[in-house]
Design a protein around this ligand. Sequence first.
Ligand code: KG4
Ligand code: ZN
Length: 343
Amino acid sequence: MTILAIESTCDETGAAVGRLTANGAVEILSDVKASSAEIHAKYGGVIPEIAAREQIGAIIPVIAEAIEEAGVEVAAIEAIAVTEGPGLIGSLLIGVETAKALALAWKKPLIAVNHMAAHVLANWIKREGGTIPQLPAVALIVSGGHTDIMLMRSLTDWEWVGGTRDDAAGEAFDKAARAMGFPYPGGPLVAKAAEAAGEIPTEIKLPRPMINEKNLEMSFSGLKTALLNLLAENKQKIKERPELVNEIAAEFNLAVTEVLVKKTMAAVEKYKPRSVLLAGGVAANKQLRGELAKAVKEAGVAFFLPDLKYCTDNAAMIAACALLQPDYVDPLRLRPDPGLEVR
Ligand code: KG4
Ligand code: ZN
């Protein structure tokens, strides 16, 4: 089956064409994206109204480009998939209403996709010589709005088994970035500063919230407060030695990584999965990718993570999710669902 997938949950507008291969992997024929992040940078965060207005202008050209780049005729597209949520309501409406209109005009079935499930199923996108994950799997979803540990018994049987009580890991990175004076979207800039750091001085220490508690729960809001205090305490020293900011960023990156790795490995021990999957925007973090891969391999379990370009929001993962767990809906009835549940 060949499908056209549309993604518009936040400040990005994406369209992709994908199809299922014989071994159950997803082949991506095109993946096009427009982003309004540069406009939001001026405000230090996403302004939902601006995001939606930009998407009104971007969505049709992005879809047209995705179809052209894939080299397929509209007649060859067998279904249209769209993210129904979670996300910003104005942004979701643009994607959902466009998908409904195209499904009706082109007489194609419509598939509704959950954005968080799609982040995880990006792990089924075909890799060079790669295999697909074996189930059951433990999936760590780390994005701007989510930090969840999911147990996947099959492609459609998922259970939430742990996650954050407050801030998501990506949100913590973005708040840390703001505290350090980096522009939006700051998460990757904190990671970059951390990579530029040398050894972390012993007096630069941040907590690892809930790391020793015997559960799969996490908390990142206290870490942000501890970081603000650490920056305030070291204000003068940072003026004298600006590299200290990089060292503080490195300690922050390490604290988040250690908590995520410890809790994911606790889930591995509890559920004994065949694979561990990393997903979501924070999966682009090099230290997290490296440390989790190491711990999972040491436990003798297969580790998967999407290519970098499929970690942050994209339409290819929406295509993957629609192909692997198609949820057909009536084009006249689909409404955006901004709820945060992962189905
Ligand atoms: O999945 P995503 O693109 O959007 C959501 O669905 O939220 O994730 C975006 C989040 C942002 O919080 C961003 O700061 C974070 O992912 N992020 C990173 C890195 N790249 C993106 N956080 C840490 N290190 C990175 N390299
Ligand atoms: Zn996302």
